[in-house]
Ligand binder design. Structure first.
Ligand code: NAP
Length: 241
């Protein structure tokens, strides 16, 4: 039976979620593509199929417990989940003194609580087999808080801390848990289309490349269990850190 990869938090095909899906399909996995916009996830699924791979698009909001349970059970019905990636997160900038409590809470729900819901359901099934890889997408905010990013930092740092906790609890049971810090803007559709001045300022190779990032996820996925990495950080050669 074909093994599956589940990626939650998939938007444009030329975005990180989309790219992770195509890379996972290249590894021979049936990719279950999850996001909130049907057109986006269908586009990624069709691209994989037209390239000879296997993919299923499933609508799911990472913050909705019943939808996450349904997503994991649909993926398991296709084949055992061998790779699971929590990529939802977006970006939640905001001026602290004007920030609404509801905005802070939404950031936490997407960045942190969704990671909890997804991990719990995925680990339940991986734990039955004592195998599988669970990866989380982090950001600069996972490591340090900067002005105007209090909500995003709280959410992303919480996700990173949870990933460490899961690694220490479940790696001894055979489940590889990894966290990837993407330290800088990603050269994906979102930034390229919406922030042309930022792209201009970043200059040549000034944004973190999708191919390099996706290869890092697959590198962690393929590691033998006697040489596991828990965390990788990726940035461009010119990033000041
Ligand atoms: N973009 C950057 O420069 C950058 C830099 C460092 C780290 N990151 C991290 O990389 C990850 C992906 O980045 P990205 O959003 O820029 O690009 P992306 O991977 O192209 O898109 C991720 C998609 O996740 C979906 N999503 C958001 N909230 C969701 C939810 N609650 N449930 C299900 N799906 C959800 C969104 O699509 P819908 O709205 O259509 O559902 C979004 O387009 C995030 O974790 C982000 O924090 C991004």
């Amino acid at each position: 039976m074909t093994k599956t990869a589940v990626v939650i938090g998939v938007g444009p095909i030329e975005g990180l979620g989309g790219y992770l899906c195509t890379q996972a399909a290249d590894e021979g996995l049936h990719v279950v593509i999850a996001g909130r916009t049907l057109q986006s996830i269908n586009t990624v699924a069709e691209a994989i199929r037209s390239n000879g791979g296997e993919a299923t698009a499933v609508m799911a909001d990472a913050t909705d417990e019943s939808q996450i349970k349904q997503l994991v059970s649909e993926a398991e019905a296709i084949g055992p989940i061998d790779l699971a990636i929590y990529n939802a997160g977006n970006n939640f900038p905001g001026r602290f003194l004007e920030m609404q409590a509801s905005y802070f809470e939404t950031a936490w729900r997407v960045c942190t609580m969704g990671g909890f819901l997804f991990s719990r359901e995925v680990i339940k099934v991986m734990n039955e087999r004592k195998s599988g890889t669970l990866l989380f997408t982090g950001a600069s905010a996972s490591m340090r808080g900067k002005p105007n990013f209090a909500a995003f930092t709280a959410g992303k740092a919480g996700l990173r801390a949870m990933a460490q906790s899961l690694a220490r609890e479940f790696q001894p049971l055979g489940i590889h848990v990894g966290h990837l810090v993407i330290d800088g803007g990603i050269a994906g559709e979102k930034i390229i289309s919406n922030y042309p001045e930022f792209v201009e300022r970043a200059g040549e190779d000034g944004l973190v490349g999708l191919k390099g990032i996706a290869e890092a996820y697959i590198y962690l996925y393929k590691q033998p269990r006697n040489a596991w990495t828990h965390e990788l950080d990726l940035r461009t050669f010119k990033e000041n850190f």
